[in-house]
Design a binder for this molecule. Structure first.
Ligand code: SAH
Ligand code: SF4
Ligand code: F3S
Length: 440
């Protein structure tokens, strides 16, 4: 067997793609290694969401390129969103790269790998995806408890700041039967949590022209599968969250009461400039509706600081929204101009770097305060925790896991193991995690 090392940057979709890439290549003589020095084939799966992520990809390639001097048979490949975006241009910056393949070309890998093994330099980027039944190939999953299932790829939303519609193409849903088969396989292998993935999971099924194929109905179908396990889904687009979806989350006991609903900005003018299809008030109503329906629900969000033309006052609307909605946790970022996007061309309205980063700092401070406030609400409560990892500190075993609402919980115990569901009474709350002890 040859050795394969994959470095994965970016979102869960990329992490899931890497597991599929490793699976496909395992049919063709490649075995995964965690030690990049012993690899015969190095693959970097890249992210282009911000300039910093794209730069990381090129600097890693630079390091790997130098290795070829000592190991001339070493093959280097790049895939993911930077590959899809930069195509042949990559080779100008990194001529030692053997293979560039796009986000739609994963299932052509068997043939592409043969070509680079014959010392050909290959660039395979299609804009039209090849639809394959993913269950025909092995998937080498990195985690032992949580498994990802992509249910919809691509995005039709074209938010003006975002590169994803250009790197992942238009929305394509996987057939429900294929997803259910993948879930059944996962459960047979002993996984305890399934996370359904999509850039916009609420759009699931729209491309089938069949009103019965929806995320809500998919959750209902998966909930019927036998066994003790959890179901999660990310990411939700605020105005696409239907009442039927909320009903399905409520009805299905295996579906976690957790919503990740990026707001991006707390100001309606900025939201319009971002081409987000909701106002501040509409977002507030969605959050209120979910909070009224579910006890102990966690709602998380994403925010961008310093979108082109954002005034100080408009920015403070974002801080206000985070606080008024008591968002449990948010991912934050300073706006980064991206090629092809509409906002990337608004150069005369760009916000100065120092102002952007000062705003980001204020977002982060607010986020930390809210995360602590949110965690403190769980003091003395009992949460059902799925154990995901085990560490040892001063001869004591500490188990780490997450509650259904996605809260991270640590507790001491030598009684339980990874994959167990344990009721834990919370006795300490910090900004990023909770501590507690198991209760019967
Ligand atoms: N589909 C999801 C988000 C996917 S991208 C959604 O619609 O919410 C993940 C996050 O990256 C986004 O929510 C956004 O906050 C951030 N992001 C995307 N493009 C960005 C850019 N150009 N600059 C800074 N942050 C960006
Ligand atoms: Fe990007 Fe908007 Fe699509 Fe999310 S919904 S992936 S932010 S274009
Ligand atoms: Fe990055 Fe592509 Fe995901 S740009 S965030 S890896 S879809």
């Amino acid at each position: 067997m040859k050795k394969l090392y994959i470095e994965t940057l970016g979102c869960q979709m990329n992490k899931s793609d890497s597991e599929r890439i490793a699976g496909i290549l395992s049919h063709f003589g490649y075995e995964n290694t965690n030690n990049e020095k012993e690899a015969d084939l190095l693959i970097i799966n890249t992210c282009s969401i911000r300039q910093l992520s794209a730069d990381k990809a090129y600097s890693q390639l630079g390091v790997w390129g130098k290795r070829k001097k000592d190991k001339p048979n070493l093959k280097i490949a790049i895939c993911g969103c930077v590959a899809q975006q930069d195509k042949e241009k990559i080779r100008k910056r990194a001529p030692y790269v053997d293979l560039v393949f796009g986000t739609h070309n994963i299932y052509e890998l068997p043939e592409l790998i043969k070509r680079i093994e014959n010392d050909e330099k290959v660039c395979a980027i299609t804009t039209k995806p090849v639809i394959k039944d993913q269950n025909d190939f092995k998937i080498i999953r990195n985690a032992s408890v949580n498994a990802w299932i992509p249910i919809i790829e691509g995005c039709n939303n074209f938010c003006t700041y975002c590169v994803v519609p250009f790197t992942r193409g238009r929305e394509r849903s996987r057939r429900p039967e294929e997803i259910i088969t993948e879930a059944e396989n996962i459960l047979k292998q002993g996984f305890k949590e399934i996370t359904l993935l999509g850039q916009n999971v609420d759009s699931y099924g729209k491309d089938f022209n069949n009103p019965d194929i929806t995320l809500a109905n998919l959750l209902r179908a998966l909930n019927k599968l036998d066994g003790e396990f959890r179901i999660r889904f990310v990411t939700s687009y605020p105005s696409d969250i239907t009442d039927d979806l909320i009903n399905a989350v409520d009805e299905c006991e295996k579906v976690c009461k957790y919503f990740h609903i990026p707001m991006q900005s707390g100001n309606s003018r900025i939201l319009k400039e971002m081409n987000r299809r909701y106002t501040k008030e509409e977002y507030y109503n969605i959050v209120f509706k979910i909070r009224n329906r579910f006890k102990d629900v966690t709602i998380t969000s994403d925010f961008i600081a310093g979108f082109p033309s954002e005034t100080e006052e408009e920015f403070t609307d974002t801080l206000k929204a985070m606080e008024e909605l008591e968002l449990d946790y948010s991912n934050t970022a300073a706006y980064s101009p991206r090629e092809f996007t509409k906002a990337g061309k608004m150069t005369d309205k760009f916000i100065a770097e120092d102002i952007k980063y000062e705003r980001l700092e204020r977002l982060n401070a607010k986020n930390r305060d809210l995360a602590l406030l949110s965690n403190k609400k769980f003091l003395d409560k009992v949460l059902n925790v799925l154990v995901e990892a085990k560490t040892e500190k001063n001869n004591q075993i500490i188990l780490n896991g997450r509650a259904g609402n996605n809260k991270i919980v640590h507790f001491k115990s030598d009684k339980y193991k990874i994959g167990d569901f344990v009721n834990v009474k919370i006795n300490k709350a910090q900004t990023w995690c909770l501590y507690g002890e198991p209760v019967e």
